[in-house]
Ligand binder design. Sequence first.
Ligand SMILES: [Ca+2]
Ligand SMILES: [Ca+2]
Length: 417
Amino acid sequence: MPVVIPRRRLAAVVTGLAVALVPPSLALSSAAGSPATALTLPHAATAQAVTAAAPLTVSQAIGSQTGQSATVRGHVVGQPTATSTVVRSGFPNDYALAIADSASETSTSRMLYVQIPSAFRSSWGLKTNPSLMGRQVDVTGSLSAYFSHPGMTATTAFAFSGTPTTTPLPTTSTRTTPVPTSTTSPYDSTYYASAIGKTGSALHTELHRIISSGVTTLTYDQVWTALGDTDQDPNNAGNVIEVYSGRSIAKSDNGGGVDQWNREHVWAKSHGDFGTVNGPGTDVHHLRPEDVTVNSTRGNLDFDNGGSAVAQCTGCLSDSDSFQPRDAVKGDVARMIFYMAVRWDGGDGFADLEPNSSVANGTAPYLGKLSVLKQWNLQDPPDAFEKRRNQVIYDTWQHNRNPFIDHPEWVTAIYGS
Ligand SMILES: [Ca+2]
Ligand SMILES: [Ca+2]
């Protein structure tokens, strides 16, 4: 099973007063129950980096996107939600900060986008802590792009400037309890009970077992009716919402004609060549209504950022080897791909589907681009429409769930950050 198991980073770097703690969703390992005192260095951090006396300015950090670890000092100026969008109020979640050398900066070109790993979100996320706006902070992590913008990823420490770079533990329990705590689901004690506490390939294997048990497999004809239910327009019960284009269209206006909607396979069915026989090709978790023409433009392209505008699909881009959906469904697309990878593991007459780093997969049972899909999962968390869809599929149609809608952090737990 070609699962990429994140390198274990059960790491707490303790150098004098400096403490850098990786998020618990990454820190958990098969060594469940072992104390989190095994000291190893995070992948890109060095003792020098976390104790460095002179932090970089934001301007220097923007000009030094080398992947190296560094500490950067800047003022919190908002939350990035897309490459060129930083919100300054009404923060949607705790996933990212934008920092700048000036507390009054409004140009995103002079901002650094800082990823907030799950363990730090309750203390350093703007939705929970809007009073952070304007504060000067020191952040330590890898100088590399985030939201396709100069950034810092795999952040290992946050501190107010002028204080020791000691980061309070997000919660006292996360160091020793082998359970990701950033998301809870009503199904944790039932449907997911046997998966809780697992990471990496063990989590992949257990989720595969869970979501492949007791499943009702639809026929391709039944998918029409199912999509009318799962993707119903919340404002018009006679319509569905097309996934990429976002257009509301009559449920009855389906078929193969221009401007009708049809059944889009988000995991393109040629990638693994599963067709539309009962199985991956009729798994409604990744089937969505889409405009016939837009569906044709997407074709079997892998997913990636960039390209030119797509007709009839506002916010969508495509080029010769990839397709990018509108911002509002980037996470939905990513979580559908991760669902398919865990649901379909071979041994049942179908290929073992997995995401990879390519945008030239053709008919291989892979779909890219993994790094971008992971980014989309973070930047577009599940909303009410996506959650309702998962519930309707579980209650009415297939009786299995997409674990990554219930626990988006499980993408990181299985596929790394
Ligand atoms: Ca979404
Ligand atoms: Ca698989």
